[in-house]
Design a protein around this ligand. Sequence first.
Ligand code: GTP
Ligand code: MG
Length: 138
Amino acid sequence: VERTLSIIKPDATKRNLTGKINAKFEDAGLRIVAQKRIQLTPEQAGVFYAVHKERPFYGELCEFMASGPVVVQVLEGEGAVAKNREVMGATNPADAAAGTIRAEFAESVGENSVHGSDAAETAAVEIAYFFSGLELVG
Ligand code: GTP
Ligand code: MG
């Protein structure tokens, strides 16, 4: 069964939306097989988002991801990567389909409430960044 790495971002944890977002995942058939609430440093966020380091918003993104607690989690299910991205909606909440997490909760293209891996290979790397094998309970 496929797994993907999800992050509930600081804008969402600040507004106490963890449970509402998790309900969206579970309602879509995704199982939360690992989860922890942590505070990232800008440097740790920078390593995680290193793929974006040439983008103009990289500094802002790293500061934002370190601005409050995040909930990192592993979601499991058939086609988990694609299913999670469907439930998240488009990066910019203005473009996100009705009923998606970003349409309902995101504040802007930067502060957009959730992260989800973009491919199975990326998911494996991202999961290993936050979790040891012992922490994944399927
Ligand atoms: P993630 O699941 O977080 O990776 O989102 P994504 O795959 O939908 O978007 P992408 O990987 O292209 O961008 C990563 C993150 O950078 C986004 O989720 C946003 O938080 C942030 N980001 C993307 N574009 C912009 C932008 O134009 N301005 C700002 N401030 N942040 C942006
Ligand atoms: Mg991405």
